[in-house]
Design a protein around this ligand. Structure first.
Ligand code: SF4
Ligand code: SF4
Length: 206
């Protein structure tokens, strides 16, 4: 028969043993189950994600993949993306964003923007140390902060980035083949038209 309160005493004994043991035996993995952050940084799994970023190839301005199509802005559930299309000197729209902001105080990391983007332009980052005192301006990330290279993307999500690269390369090969076929067809049509015109030319009179 257990005496009243013996369960509490047993529980306190276990706590005391582990409390003292955690100081004397720090290498014991079973006791130190809590990660010693920030002294120790967690090793993130490849699929971990936090907030989106914009991918560029080579040069951040010229190599930006985003065409400012605004599909992600429209589909984002909490509406935390804000995009303004860029324009040239004559006011003609250019297929890139002049402004691309994401309010990460609102973003819920759902990845829908990534799923709907037709240009492989936006991907999920795995940064997690983004806390700030000002929840309005500091947590609105602008284009300059969102732009990250494809090299960075390959580092944080190698499998996914390799699949993306393969899709982009396949699309490039397909587009080049279609352009070549169209050029050949146009050249053949031009040659046929020239031959027909030569046939219908009236014979020169003597
Ligand atoms: S991850 Fe979700 S909430 Fe965040 S910007 Fe993309 S669509 Fe919006
Ligand atoms: S990130 Fe993708 S979906 Fe969003 S505006 Fe740019 S190209 Fe369009």
């Amino acid at each position: 028969m257990n005496l009243p309160g013996s369960g509490i005493l047993k529980g306190m004994a276990v706590t005391a043993v582990n409390f003292i043991g955690s100081f004397l035996d720090r290498a014991h993995a079973k006791r130190l189950i809590t990660e010693q952050y920030p002294e120790e940084r967690p090793t993130l799994v490849e699929t971990s994600r936090s907030f989106p970023f914009l991918v560029f190839d080579g040069d951040p301005e010229k190599g930006i993949r985003c065409t400012a199509c605004k599909i992600c802005e429209k589909e984002c559930p909490p509406q935390c993306i804000f995009i303004v299309k860029d324009k040239d000197a004559n006011g003609k729209p250019i297929l890139r964003p002049q402004i691309f902001d994401i309010d990460i105080s609102v973003c819920m990391g759902c990845q829908i923007c990534v799923e709907v983007c037709p240009f492989e332009s936006i991907r999920m980052d795995n940064i997690y140390e983004v806390s700030a005192y000002d929840r309005f301006e500091t947590l609105v990330l602008h284009k300059e902060q969102l732009l990250k290279s494809n090299v960075y993307y390959r580092q944080i999500h190698p499998t996914e980035a390799a699949q993306t690269d393969a899709r982009i390369e396949a699309a490039r090969v397909k587009k080049a083949a279609a352009a070549k076929a169209a050029a050949e067809k146009a050249a053949a049509a031009k040659a046929a038209a020239a031959a027909k015109a030569a046939e219908t030319q009236p014979e020169p009179t003597a």
